[in-house]
Design a protein around this ligand. Structure first.
Ligand code: NI
Ligand code: MN
Length: 227
């Protein structure tokens, strides 16, 4: 069994096989986050989709305290290794089996500059396999047709985590089309309502996905979803 715990924005804690990974831990500065960076003591990995501050977030503090391995693209990996973290570089299309699970980086259409404008490579999505379950975290991205390929080649995907907030990423309509392309067993919205420009109604996403015969649900910060 795998448990997904939502901490707001794009931050998901994934637990399975006694291992724990955290994706995009943006907690400090996120009024909707249910926990702060001190909440984590037992953590195997931090996985990052791209370099933007609302995704790298509290990675340095959390990884230093827990000793978690940071898995990201090559450029972010170098950037964080220079700050004293233990990192493993991957890049788009590449995957690797880690003690906590398998991580594959997929394409995403977005940017990836660092918190101070550093060049931090290309943005990614993540297919994380833990305990036999497959989770696709789309990162920040526009809609793209190759999501079909992600669903077909790396699936079946058990849960797709999709940004719906518009402005910087897909909106509700695009994300519902993404859900159709990926064909995951469950679709959960993220990256909305954190800031005024990404205000969105997740119920509209659920209705749109269900209207096309798929499954979707809203998971609030602090809530979990078990696969
Ligand atoms: Ni971003
Ligand atoms: Mn973002």
């Amino acid at each position: 069994m795998v448990t997904l715990r939502y901490h707001g924005h794009s931050c998901w804690e994934v637990e399975g096989e006694g291992k724990r990974a955290l994706i995009d831990p943006f907690l400090t500065g996120n009024d909707l986050a249910d926990v702060g960076p001190d909440a984590f003591t037992n953590l195997d990995a931090v996985i990052l989709t791209h370099g933007h501050g609302d995704h790298i977030g509290d990675t340095v503090q959390i990884a230093k305290k827990t000793g978690a391995l940071v898995v990201s693209n090559f450029e972010i990996s170098n950037y964080l290794a220079a700050q004293g973290l233990t990192t493993h570089p991957l890049h788009l299309g590449g995957g690797r089996e880690f003690p906590f699970g398998h991580v594959k980086l997929t394409i995403a259409h977005h940017g990836s500059s660092g918190p101070d404008g550093e060049y931090l490579g290309n943005p990614a999505g993540v297919v994380l396999t833990m305990d036999g379950k497959k989770i696709y975290h789309a990162g920040d991205t526009a809609l793209f047709l190759d999501m079909k390929l992600i669903g077909e080649m790396y699936g079946p995907i058990d849960v797709a985590l999709l940004p719906i907030g518009d402005n910087f990423t897909m909106d509700v309509k695009d994300a519902a089309k993404a859900a159709e392309f990926i064909n995951a067993g469950m679709n959960i919205p993220m990256h909305y309502n954190t800031f005024p420009p990404i205000k969105a109604d997740p119920a509209l996403f659920v209705a749109a996905v269900e209207g096309q015969g798929g499954k979707a649900m809203v998971v609030e910060p602090g809530q979990t979803y078990e696969i």
